[in-house]
Ligand binder design. Sequence first.
Ligand SMILES: Cc1cc2nc3c(=O)[nH]c(=O)nc-3n(C[C@H](O)[C@H](O)[C@H](O)COP(=O)(O)OP(=O)(O)OC[C@H]3O[C@@H](n4cnc5c(N)ncnc54)[C@H](O)[C@@H]3O)c2cc1C
Length: 346
Amino acid sequence: MSQPELYDVTIIGGGPAGLYSAFYCGMRDMKTKIIEHNDRLGGKVLLYQEKMIWDIGGMTPLNGEQLVENLIQQANTFDPTFVFKQRIQYMERLENGHIRLTAETGEVHESKTVIIAAGSGVLVQRKLEIEGAEKYEVSNLHYTVTSLEQFKGKRVLISGGGDSAVDWANEIAPIAESVTIVHRRDMFGGLERHVRHMKEVAEVLTPYALTTLHSTDGSMINSVTISNVDTEEEETLFVDEVIVNHGVHGDHGLLREWGLDMTQYQIYCNKFMETELPGVFCAGDTALHEGKLRLIAGAFVEAGLAANAAKTFIDPEATKAAYVSSHNERFKEKNKELQQQQRVGV
Ligand SMILES: Cc1cc2nc3c(=O)[nH]c(=O)nc-3n(C[C@H](O)[C@H](O)[C@H](O)COP(=O)(O)OP(=O)(O)OC[C@H]3O[C@@H](n4cnc5c(N)ncnc54)[C@H](O)[C@@H]3O)c2cc1C
């Protein structure tokens, strides 16, 4: 096995906390790698790309997709190394004090420090428990909504009753031919006024469960069978698109065996984002401490703290925090470029 390149800091997870950590580690002049299990960056925000986000300081409302774009652009400021489709499962301390991370796929990474920004773990969509359903995932069976456009003029069936199912019903209804929501219970998640609105704009069938998918050509779902959970009475509905919103759950996998003090989803850390393992820090939804603010804004603060802690772990003489960006030498050349672009109106 060839020796992996050594990094100052390796960030596990490419959600908001990981991306902002990458930027901040760059500001602290650390050689940075970010490893993401998905083939895309953005973390949980990818679950609500079309939703508007209002509660990030200094950002007027922007949707999830725009936020992810901005975060990626910012993370790229100091050219970190990105690694995709690798789920880190093992962490071990080498004799020289460095940390070795091993992915499920067998790839090995070596780093002086690690920031765990793994959210609630790898997100696993609760899938439809209907045999053969997966073959329609490339056509008209959806577990998330990436574009509203694809539902324009369509007969859309949504299975599920959580906040997301309610929100998608409300958002799709104005452009779809019809929206039918099928749910096992008469209780729906989300704000009362959203549920009320959903009942006005969508046909709501409870207590029903989706039991069979039918296709005339084997490639697209054309109709479904739903069954009344109490009476077992069945109905057939003709549909163009099916959205399943049965929720997601996080899975930290073998990270739980790294010797960290953890709850099911979170790692205990101190106010500097230090875990009990030397050189291992955490940020974002993964991190648990007394002052926890479980918001993207909170993740940004933790990312900065984790990056500063990683820097001083490597170099105890380094300043405790990065110098403010407005007067930071690291941006001198980049500022010249930006000012030049502004002058020529690019
Ligand atoms: C529906 C919804 C709406 C929300 N709305 C808002 C809002 O309006 N405002 C707000 O502030 N917050 C909101 N949040 C919360 C916000 O999305 C989270 O706080 C934020 O995404 C946390 O970022 P993170 O980087 O810590 O974790 P995540 O976004 O969960 O990212 C973690 C990343 O780590 C990866 N990963 C996990 N384990 C591994 C591993 N072992 N190896 C490699 N990669 C791994 C995952 O694939 C994931 O990409 C919302 C959350 C949800 C679910």
